[in-house]
Design a protein around this ligand. Structure first.
Ligand SMILES: O=P(O)(O)OC[C@H]1O[C@H](O)[C@H](O)[C@@H](O)[C@@H]1O
Length: 568
């Protein structure tokens, strides 16, 4: 593709660039007075309510963004994704996470083959296995039923399942089905994470689920070997068959590791790691904890958004609208970051998950055809639940840099609390902030207002809020397995929309490779220096100096290493 076909060379892109000047003349304080405008910037689907009236945008901004979508062939790209074409061109793969949550009778093909029956074969296997596990008919080496699960995995094999697990932990239905069980995660190769993940657990009653798409990820494999050692040193090496199972696309390596292939749960190369929570990656550990029927609701929620995304016209399409507005903020208004602010503690792991989905997908420097981009793609995502974030980084958002914010609220709390004599329930107290913050950002506070409030003159600059800071508000009816699935799919597709508009490949991740290969070189050096006293060679002065300092610290590894497990 010639650079002339880059999206930034199209008329709609140039038109939007020119449009920025008009928008800069507006202020949200005034735009919010236009009720018709606000009405046109609200969309409801399946009880999800999106209000994007606090975007620095006019109705014609949306029209122009829709023209950009057309120039980027957004509809065709979405269709190509759902049709199983190899849109991940650098890895020559389809991108079919939508097939993971498709109903049984749906036909979604990759390379001429309907993949939905394969998906359901694995789901049925998980259903059956989790029933055996939860009913106590699957027993461990000493004949005891297993109650605790440690899921070992990193990146996409960790963040999505952690997000969903955390979101359901306080859901009444999920609580009831998780009684007496624990699901823990071990991601970091830091041995401290090993210690934390097994503290208080008994190998006799623990199942380890090794989750890795490739089954080669250094961190996961070392952690898996560590927990294998933890099990076999306590129960004997034969116990591994009953206490370890795996989720992977690489079943050959699973078997080599010593896990019974009968206890391996497959997925496919057309599922990207960060899009894999709806595969066995998430479904297995979550079903062990909450039962398959709860997890099935999560899949149904995601599927409802898939259908909406595929078939709804763009001006009513939640992921499309959100994606268009993100591109508007990043590429035209020049706001490179986004804060994800759920007013719901159960969503505390949502931002970390979306960080990977978004930043690993769209943090690219070239177009899908390898042409260097003359504009920045991707956005910097971060976030914390409200109100905690308000007492931390909101200062910068209110008076410092402009960071478009996603306010996510829930109408009914999973855990309602009301104290007699209090003005409002605890959830209403939380939600008072959910409603207040977007307006504070949009309206700000002028020096005139401060003067009329008799604020001392010297404090006026400090107490002024410029306002005109964009946000969206998304209200969910409640937070349960179904709506968690919806939320996940909205963000997954929003990220895809952004990538489709920028003309990049959102489904590869070559940028993570360089650091990994350099670590291999360091690993070899550390081994040679520790065991043979070899001098440090082949590193630059800076790295060599700090490595020398590091090696000077006492290590329990000598020339005759012995196995050492955490004391936890
Ligand atoms: O599931 P695995 O193959 O172990 O991969 C785990 C993770 O590591 C890689 O480095 C990628 O950056 C992630 O996209 C992936 O999710």
């Amino acid at each position: 593709m010639a650079s002339s076909t880059l999206i930034c060379n199209t008329e709609p892109w140039k038109d939007l660039k020119a449009h920025v000047e008009e928008i800069k003349k507006t202020h949200l304080r005034d735009l919010m007075n236009d009720t018709e405008r606000c009405k046109s910037m609200m969309v409801e689907f399946d009880e999800l309510f999106l209000d994007y009236s606090r975007q620095c945008a006019q109705k014609d901004t949306l029209d122009k963004l829709l023209e950009l979508a057309e120039a980027a062939q957004l509809k065709q790209k979405i269709n190509r994704m759902f049709n199983g074409e190899h849109i991940n061109s650098t890895e020559d793969r389809s991108v079919l996470h939508v097939a993971l949550r498709a109903p049984r009778d749906k036909v979604i093909s990759s390379d001429g083959k309907n993949v939905v029956p394969e998906v359901w074969k694995v789901l049925d296997k998980i259903n059956e296995f989790s029933e055996r596990f939860r009913s106590g008919s699957w027993v461990g080496e000493t004949g005891k039923a297993l109650t605790d699960v440690v899921a070992v995995g990193i990146g996409g094999s960790f963040l999505g399942p952690l997000f969903v697990h955390t979101a359901l932990q306080t859901d009444p239905e999920a609580i009831a089905s998780a009684k007496g069980r624990q699901l823990r995660f071990l991601a970091n190769v830091d041995p401290i994470d090993v210690a934390r993940s097994i503290t208080g657990l008994n190998p006799e009653t623990t199942l380890v689920v090794v989750v890795s798409k490739t089954f080669t990820t250094a961190e996961t494999m070392l952690n898996a070997r560590t927990l294998r050692e933890w099990i076999s040193s306590a129960l004997g090496p034969q116990a591994v068959a009953k206490h370890m199972v795996a989720v992977s696309t690489n079943l050959t390596l699973v078997e080599k590791f010593g896990i019974d292939p009968k206890n391996a749960f497959a997925f496919w190369d057309w599922v990207g790691g960060r899009y894999s929570v709806c595969s066995a990656v998430g479904v297995l550990p979550l079903s062990l904890q909450y039962g398959f029927s709860v997890v099935e609701k999560f899949l149904k929620g995601a599927s409802s958004i898939d259908e909406h995304f595929y078939s709804t016209q763009f001006d009513k399409n939640l992921p499309v609208l959100l994606g268009l507005l993100s591109v508007w903020n990043v590429s035209f208004l020049g706001y490179p970051a986004r804060a994800i602010l759920p007013y719901c503690q159960a969503l505390e792991k949502f931002a970390p998950h979306i960080q990977q989905v978004s930043m690993e997908s769209n943090g690219k420097g070239v177009s899908i055809d390898g042409v260097p981009l003359p504009f920045e793609a991707g956005e910097i995502d971060f976030g914390e639940p409200g109100t905690n974030g308000q007492h931390s980084f909101y200062q910068l958002i209110h008076q410092g840099r402009i960071i478009p914010c996603d306010f996510i609220g829930v109408a009914k709390s999973q855990q309602p609390v009301y104290l007699k004599g209090e003005m409002v329930s605890n959830h209403d107290e939380l939600m008072s902030n959910f409603f207040a913050q977007p307006d504070a950002l949009a309206y700000g506070k002028t020096p005139e207002q401060l003067l009329s409030e008799k604020v001392p003159k010297h404090l006026i600059p400090h107490k002024t809020f410029s306002g005109n800071r964009p946000s969206i508000s998304l209200l969910l009816p409640h937070l349960n397995a179904y709506t968690v699935g919806q939320l996940l799919a909205i963000y997954e597709h929003r990220v895809a929309v952004e990538g489709f508009l920028w003309g990049i490949n959102s489904f590869d991740q070559w940028g993570v490779e360089l650091g990994k290969s350099l670590a291999t070189q360091v690993r070899k050096q550390l081994n040679a220096s520790r065991t043979k006293g070899d001098p440090i060679e082949g590193f630059n002065y800076s790295t060599a100096t700090v490595m020398t300092k590091y090696l000077e610290a006492k290590s329990p590894i000598s020339s005759d290493p012995v196995t050492l497990l955490p004391k936890a």
